[in-house]
Design a protein around this ligand. Structure first.
Ligand SMILES: Nc1nc2c(ncn2[C@@H]2O[C@H](COP(=O)(O)OP(=O)(O)O)[C@@H](O)[C@H]2O)c(=O)[nH]1
Ligand SMILES: [Mg+2]
Length: 397
């Protein structure tokens, strides 16, 4: 006996609806949480930025009366500074960063700003930046021998390398000043005479954004909780830019096994599970790094024999010029090897953007960014997020 046509259609529709409901029911919750418009690139990783985020654990030092007032000679500020290497022509972009950081944090704590340049600062730069804060402001020029291309870099080899890696789309490969900046940020900045008596710094770049009110002294948090390094964003690097960084590092470790910390993050540095092709092209380095345009850190680590010897080894090897080693992978590998991973802190509560990536927590203290959205660029950029790997090996501390 055959059913009438209308009945068959209805049965088919019911079956279709049933299958659709089953699919919805058994989809993993993380898939449902993916922001609309962004296909999943991260397997079952659930971004912890979706969890409600508060402040890190006490002790936290706060404003109380005039304890953080700008000119208070007995202020509660610790030995720390905001720090920015910047060019005169970037002043308006820098003002954007200053406005955000002053509004969300520094108008309460009034830490000094230190601006650093390889050329003298213009009067316009000084006038505009002074007007953007109540805190103390200083301007310093990088000593020439800190910025210069080292004498052992072979010019012909450098230019040949630029040609080859430019063809392989290594960004900024042809810009000598970019190489100089990366080398300076890796191993030179903390030797600036004006920083000799300073311990902690917060690095700020032009045209970054801060979204969340922060109501505790971030530097004192580092000190009180015995932290060396704080980050917000963790990314994979272009493997071509660091092709021999890990092999050079291995040579260094072979000569100095004593520098490896017993609670290191070697597994994270050499992870090959998530992006095996990156690990392969980078000779055993995952290419995962703390994105160093944001750093809150203790310069005692950079001034330690382990890091100083490591930097000197890398500098001699020449990869700041023959490749395009960035300060981010160099800092990250060193922290991963020579520091206790417990001393590295994810500032999940500091909403931050450097184009094209965000750290945007789920908190009523944040305005202007979207919770859990890593990028407002192309969706494939989600592939560059390597926080899942850091969380896997080191947790959320
Ligand atoms: N004074 C100075 N600052 C530089 C130079 N090159 C880069 N910087 C600064 O170094 C930081 C990183 O440079 P940026 O152009 O933002 O690189 P990106 O973030 O990797 O695209 C920023 O704070 C720049 O202002 C330079 O030649 N001179
Ligand atoms: Mg930048």
């Amino acid at each position: 006996m055959s059913l009438p046509r209308g009945m068959r259609l209805l049965a088919l529709l019911t079956l279709g609806l049933f299958v659709y409901l089953l699919v919805i029911l058994f989809r993993s919750p993380s898939k449902l949480d993916t922001p609309t418009g962004f296909p999943k690139y991260q397997g079952d990783f659930r971004d912890p930025n979706y969890e409600p985020t508060g402040e890190p654990p006490e002790p936290l030092r706060r404003v109380d009366g005039d304890n953080y007032a700008p000119n208070n000679p007995k202020s509660a500020r610790i030995n720390a500074t905001l720090l920015s290497l910047v060019r005169n022509e970037e002043v308006n972009d820098l003002l954007q960063s200053m406005r955000d950081l002053e509004r969300t944090w520094n108008h309460k704590f009034n830490y000094p700003w230190l601006f650093i340049n390889d050329k003298p600062f213009s009067e316009e730069f000084k006038r505009k930046t002074r007007a953007a804060t109540k805190a103390e402001v200083r301007y310093e020029i990088v000593p020439e021998d800190h910025w210069a291309v080292p004498s052992w870099i072979n010019d012909d080899l450098y230019h040949e390398s630029v040609e080859i890696l430019t063809e392989q789309n290594v960004q900024y490969m042809g810009k000598t000043s970019y190489h100089q900046m990366c080398r300076w940020n890796s191993g030179m900045f903390y030797h600036l005479p004006a920083l000799q008596d300073v311990r902690y710094y917060w690095r700020v770049e032009p045209n970054v954004h801060f979204f969340c009110d922060v109501d505790y002294d971030v530097f004192a948090y580092m000190q009180d909780h015995n932290k060396t390094y704080g980050f917000t964003i963790n990314l994979y690097d272009s493997p071509q830019s660091v092709a021999t960084l890990w092999p050079e590092t291995e040579k260094f470790i072979a000569d100095h096994p004593e520098y490896l910390h017993k609670n290191n993050a070697l597994d994270w540095v050499t992870d090959s599970a998530t992006r095996p092709e990156h690990n392969l092209k980078a000779g055993g380095y995952s290419t995962c790094h703390f994105w160093s345009n944001f750093e809150v850190a203790d310069m005692e680590f950079w001034r330690s024999p382990a890091y100083e010897d490591y930097f000197a080894h890398l500098d001699r090897a020449g990869g700041f010029f023959y490749e395009r080693w960035g300060d981010a992978p160099v800092h990250s590998i060193a922290l991963g090897l020579f520091e206790d991973k417990e001393k590295i802190h994810w500032f999940r509560d500091i909403g931050y953007q450097h184009i094209p990536f965000f750290n945007c927590p789920n908190s009523p203290k944040c305005k202007g960014c979207k919770t859990g959205v890593l990028t407002d660029g192309e969706p494939f950029l989600y592939k560059e997020d390597c926080r899942p790997s850091w969380f896997k090996y080191a947790g959320h501390g």
